[in-house]
Ligand binder design. Sequence first.
Ligand code: 5GP
Length: 254
Amino acid sequence: MARRKKIYEGKAKDLFEGPEPGTLVQYFKDDATAGNGEKKDVIEGKGALNNRLSEFFMMGLMQIGIPTHFIKRLNMREQLIRQVEIIPLEVIVRNFAAGTMAKRLGLEEGTALPRPIVEFSYKDDSLNDPLVPEEYIIAFGWAGQQELDDIISVALRVNDFLSGTLFGVGIKLIDFKIEIGRLWENDYPRLVVADEISPDSCRLWDIETGEKLDKDVFRRDLGNLTDAYTEVARRLGVLPSNVTHTPTKPTLIN
Ligand code: 5GP
């Protein structure tokens, strides 16, 4: 039996050819990187937790009518997704100042913003994903004006959903990043939420204590990343039954 063809190797995920045209298998690795790959480690259990958490969030979005690339979870580390044309933008929504925004504006982390703010980075590791104004997006043709308006509205709906869901389990959504893909149907592109939604791509703080439950734990050496992600999964009721005994290689599907 031939091994599935890997079509993309990312820092935290790989993509393989799917069983049917138009589908892919997204494999969640245990690799953690920060600072554009400068800091690297393998965190046992991270891939399985992110696979499960991303499934949970994507399913929730679909239940409130926001289309995503997600089809189904296949096993502990893999999910079946629709193949989409990724728009080369990181769509970031911020509710509280943190990270690069706090640094850029000299704001204390955790400062409430007057309203949710959507910003865009151009996805290019060699440039460190630079922040770009909307005008660049239109001028360079990364997305059209109508698409951009739709992306902002989807991002804000995702923010409402995630904020509410996480608030219900005592977690404050500080900010997050999503990626948007075009799904072509009869020559018309439909925008869908793609990539992943997990503690790798969100800032999550415990409402009571302010404890960080996201990738900043790794970026800033604040403790055990698996414990933090496990806590998020536990609160949301999506803890995988056995995080530690996970397959380390992609499994073949027929
Ligand atoms: P910041 O711009 O403050 O570094 O990040 C804002 C939010 O977007 C954070 O929740 C962060 O985790 C997420 N984010 C920004 N860039 C990336 C990225 O390249 N990969 C991932 N997984 N998340 C990102």
